[in-house]
Design a protein around this ligand. Sequence first.
Ligand SMILES: [Zn+2]
Ligand SMILES: [Zn+2]
Length: 389
Amino acid sequence: MSARDWIDKDFYRELGVSSSATDADIKKAYRKLARELHPDANPGNTEAETRFKAVSEAYGVIGDPEKRKQYDEARRLFGGGLRGFGSGGPGGGFDVSDIFGGANAQGAGGSFSGLGDILGGLFGRRGQGSTAGRPRRGADVDTEIRIDFLEAIRGATVPLRLSSPSTCGTCNGNGARPGTQPRTCPTCNGAGLITRSQGAFAFSEPCRDCRGTGRIVDDPCPECGGDGVSTKSRTLTVRIPPGVEDDQKIRLAEQGEPGQNGGHAGDLYVRVHVTPHAVFGRSGNDVTITVPVTFQELALGTTLTVPTLDGKVSLRVAAGTANGRVFRVRGKGVAKRDGAAGDLLVTVQVAVPNKLSDEAKAAMEEYAKATSDHDPRPELTAMLKQRSE
Ligand SMILES: [Zn+2]
Ligand SMILES: [Zn+2]
């Protein structure tokens, strides 16, 4: 198998999951396929055996959050575009990471920068040995919560239930039934990687026998099935700071997936959805409200009583106020962390009655007559006059 084949391979399709599947879905899909295709269950069936190997290989990569990230990145960078790369190369055999390492050093091809790292991570760098056993940071976890408008403004404490993989407590993560120990994989001598020669090339790839772990578990842990990882539910209390906005992400350090071999846990990112309020809106730290008014309230002036987040204010509207005018009520918006607060922005908007009583209609017609010399749109009138000349 060459690097080209490797990246052309669709490990997601191999496991019958989408590329956006969660780690738990991938694990589930793999378990199911592995059971169905296991050589013990299909004696003499070479097709099942081939599929079993392919499925194991796929899981060896996308079943590992770190390798999956690298695989996704490599596929995103050049999809099937590795074709033609290195075919018919000179004899002698060289490692694919050398090719890309060299390209990097020369600064060739912008989109290829970092490829050496990616492939280095995927295949393991020559001479550097395996990364198995090194401390690894846990994966970040994304989740979402919904709070209402007032909670977003005042801040809230929300319980959050998370199901996430964590180190299996029964086997302490080594995957072996308690009382037994995993043994070193004889195929790769525990490195997790094997080097394969194909024509002029030598490639490092994850060892199939141990799925890149370097260890073989003969008697799997009954709790986690040998993965060393079990799904646990935990409830966290998330403190939402006052003034959070819709779609804002809150980071909770080291509340993501646990690290491996003593590495730090990943972070938890909580995306906050804010349910809109029936009356109030937000514009940064300002709270907005639209107050329907009558024409005569604006024309004659009035005093409006307007609700605020926690009470009400009186608003003096002068005679002749324009429709759509915005009044600013200082300090009645979202409280900021430094103790200051945004404002309440009050927009007055004329509500035109969709039906008039006979009496109102007659009065309105009287009003129209009394103001018939007033043109509300002199600029347009002038423009239209010019056009008709
Ligand atoms: Zn276990
Ligand atoms: Zn091995």
